[in-house]
Design a protein around this ligand. Structure first.
Ligand SMILES: NC(=O)c1ccc[n+]([C@@H]2O[C@H](COP(=O)([O-])OP(=O)(O)OC[C@H]3O[C@@H](n4cnc5c(N)ncnc54)[C@H](OP(=O)(O)O)[C@@H]3O)[C@@H](O)[C@H]2O)c1
Length: 359
């Protein structure tokens, strides 16, 4: 049951109120299901005198308020063997959802931290059941991006400057063509720009990401970085013509600068704290395409490949384009759903998704 006082209650601002904020969030509940890292908290009884938020519940789970009560009413399981015995489920590790109805095929509703628990009670203020999922150890988004970009930034110069090819059976002097030197500068500029954008430009809505994503993303970027660096700097590499090289690098650089400009536009859609949700991006290429930053990213890799012309580079271009196209569709549909033109909301304008005039 959630008991609440009106939001404008002056007592909400007192220190007693703040102190009681956690103490009063008492959850007399039974932990009924234990399945992997998922649990279901049934019939949450929230003895609070104000409207508790999802965030309060997450703090309560982290603070093990649940455990102590659960220990009393649960079976004879020893205190320390309980999944909540260690205070490790900090809020960003938690995913709370409403249980799916039996036979339902859809995705469960995820509880938003800033929302009130009462909003999810569906009229039945005495009862709320939520499903808890442990998302695993979390790292900040900037940590994730930094490590995935650092690999290519280091691996590429190693292939260029160091005699790595002698370990693959290629003895003798390696002739370095101008295109290989320009490709090194282009590559390093790209990944240096991305690390700089991560720390100084992007305003992420999610503070953290699972640690497992660091390994997955590093595997992707580091493997492709090695694959391309190995082939572009190879002693048997055959350079393209001078004109093709100039066209490729010039086009690619224009796209890299455009990509930076797109990220500055996205940055200005949010406050410095990352608040502001999702807005309709506008200006520059965003006037015609939803994910202009992905469009310019794809075209800058095309420029690099026109100049260097390796199978490895084109394979990466195809894989990266498929990944970004998939994400672009999700972002496009999210904006169309958020800005549906109903109840005073603006309608999302008609736009290409990622690669005009095709998609
Ligand atoms: N080569 C590859 O395989 C590859 C793959 C993916 C990305 N990339 C590159 O890495 C860059 C960053 O990737 P990303 O996927 O993180 O980019 P992203 O999600 O499109 O956008 C970058 C930042 O802008 C924010 N943002 C996006 N749309 C917004 C909107 N409508 N309103 C307010 N804020 C919005 C994002 O917020 P959220 O935190 O809420 O998302 C994020 O902080 C890409 O632009 C691309 O250059 C390369």
């Amino acid at each position: 049951m959630i008991r609440s006082t009106p939001l404008d209650d002056p007592s909400r601002n007192t220190s007693a109120y703040r102190m009681g904020r956690h103490a009063l969030l008492v959850i007399c509940s039974c932990l009924v299901h234990f399945f992997s890292s998922s649990f279901e908290f049934k019939n949450l009884f929230l003895g609070v005198r104000f409207q508790a938020t999802v965030s309060d519940l997450q703090e309560a789970i982290h603070g093990r308020i649940l455990l102590k009560l659960n220990y009393v009413c649960d079976d004879n399981r020893p205190y320390d063997s309980s999944p909540f015995a260690v205070k490790k489920y900090y809020p960003s590790r938690q995913r709370l959802t409403l249980p799916l109805q039996a036979g339902s095929q859809g995705k469960p509703i995820v509880l938003v931290p800033k929302s009130k628990l009462a909003d999810y009670c569906n009229g039945n203020a005495n009862n709320l059941t939520v499903v808890f999922k442990d998302l695993g150890i979390q790292v900040s988004y900037s940590t994730l991006f930094f490590w995935e970009y650092l690999g290519p930034l280091i691996i590429y110069p190693i292939c260029y400057y160091f005699p790595v090819y002698k370990y693959f059976g290629y003895e003798g002097e390696r002739v370095v063509y101008p295109v290989q030197t320009y490709a090194l500068y282009y590559w390093c500029f790209h990944y240096f720009k991305r690390i700089t954008e991560t720390f100084f430009i992007h305003r992420f809505s999610h503070a953290t990401s699972p640690l497992s994503n660091v390994f997955r993303n590093c595997a992707y970027y580091w493997t492709f970085g090695t694959y391309i660096a190995y082939h572009v700097n190879h002693p048997l590499y055959t350079p393209v013509g001078d004109l093709q090289m100039k066209i490729g690098f010039t086009f690619g650089l224009i796209c890299q600068i455009s990509n930076l400009y797109c990220h500055l536009i996205l940055r200005n859609l949010r406050s410095p704290s990352g608040n502001g949700g999702y807005q309709i991006p506008g200006g520059f290429l965003f006037n015609i395409v939803t994910c202009a930053n992905y469009t310019t990213e794809i075209y800058q890799w095309l420029g690099f490949n026109i100049a260097t012309q390796t199978i490895a580079g084109y394979v990466f271009l195809i894989v990266a384009s498929l990944i970004m196209t998939n994400w672009a569709f999700a972002k496009h549909w999210r904006l169309k759903k958020l800005f549906d033109g109903k109840e005073g909301r603006p309608r999302y304008p008609r736009r290409w998704v990622i690669l005009p005039p095709f998609i």
